[in-house]
Design a protein around this ligand. Structure first.
Ligand code: NDP
Length: 302
């Protein structure tokens, strides 16, 4: 069986940064990218909030650069999906590892409509911080009634000329403080008791949303952007039987470290972060994980 000192799972900013640091520390890490090379970031186009790029950077270029940097420094990057209990790649290859860094990220929840899928990246987004800028002085809709939806709507209201919130019940799930901010914002209009039936478009981008009221009536609103904020789920299902996770499924880490409840297993990025979920914070936690791995290997004499 192949053996590595440091196995990293996940090909997003956290995984690649862990690989860069582990490779520079001489650990010859092996990284598996999984089914979405580049991670969630590649669902967007231009990244304008990653430091170091005056005019922003294309998300795929950024991830290719991180991957290339890790490879140049000696990381072994591979494709494959992991299955428990031993680390099994694509049901055929087994690897043993002295340390494991889980950087498998999180995934935004979508409604599951074909029209939503069609316009992903051209008007449909699950990240207002990533894509809100493209809707300056335009009209957008946010689906959801939780704290994330309120936060996204408030953020978008600083850019867009009008923000609809599509809420499926007649109450918010969000905290009172957040609700008050939304309800007192003149740019935000809440559409209560409404579900999205279809995202409307002209073949190139989003032009509106068809909504279904609880009483069975339908109506359309004209929007340029459609933002999902109905929650995220961490990609931790594979590990939840072996590691401590919180009630939402995020892997629990020890304080500011990346240490999980299992010795030699570390977690970085969105799979352990329900709060910040940014490329730059994921990259930073990848660095922390690699440093923790290094320290652990020295302590264990491995
Ligand atoms: P939540 O699970 O709290 O809210 C999800 C929202 O989306 C709910 O209003 C839910 O409606 C709605 N929803 C879910 N599925 C659908 C669907 N298929 N169609 C339409 N609407 C749907 O998720 P959040 O991401 O908002 O928050 C996650 C956690 O993070 C919470 O604990 C939250 O408090 C916390 N958080 C805190 C923040 C802060 O304090 N600043 C900021 C962001 C998050 P319904 O209510 O009817 O179920």
């Amino acid at each position: 069986m192949e053996h590595t000192r440091c196995l990293i799972l996940g090909g997003g900013p956290a995984g690649f940064t862990a690989a860069i640091y582990a490779a520079r520390a001489g650990l010859s890490p092996v990284l598996y990218e999984g089914i979405q090379p580049g991670g969630q970031l590649t669902t967007t186009t231009l990244v304008e909030n990653y430091p170091g790029f005056t005019d922003g950077v294309d998300a795929n270029q950024l991830m290719d650069a991180m991957r290339g940097q890790a490879v140049r420094l000696g990381a072994d990057i591979r494709r494959g999906s992991v299955r428990p209990m031993k680390i099994t790649i694509d049901a055929e290859k087994e690897i043993s590892a002295d340390t494991l860094v889980i950087a498998t990220g999180a995934a935004a929840k979508y409604l599951g409509l074909p029209s939503e899928e069609k316009y992903k990246g051209s008007g449909v987004s699950a990240c207002a911080t990533c894509d809100g800028f493209f809707f300056r002085k335009r009209t957008v809709a946010v689906v959801g009634g939780g704290d994330t939806a309120c936060e996204e709507a408030l953020y978008l209201s600083t850019l867009a000329s009008k923000v609809y919130m599509i809420v499926r019940r007649d109450v918010f799930r969000a905290s009172k403080a957040m609700q008050d901010k939304v309800l007192s914002n003149p740019k935000i209009e809440v559409l209560w008791n409404c579900n999205t039936k279809e995202v409307l478009g002209d073949g190139f981008g989003v032009t509106g949303v068809r909504l279904l009221r609880k009483d069975g009536t339908e109506f359309d609103i004209a929007v340029d952007g459609f933002f999902l904020a109905i929650g995220h789920h961490p990609n931790s299902e594979l590990f939840s039987a072996y590691l401590e996770t919180d009630p939402m499924g995020y892997i629990v880490t020890d304080g500011v470290s990346s240490r999980t409840s299992a010795e030699g297993v570390f977690a970085a990025g969105d799979v352990q972060d329900p709060v910040y979920r940014q490329a730059v914070t994921a990259a930073a936690s990848g660095c922390i994980a690699a440093r923790d791995v290094e320290k652990y290997l020295i302590e264990k004499g491995l």
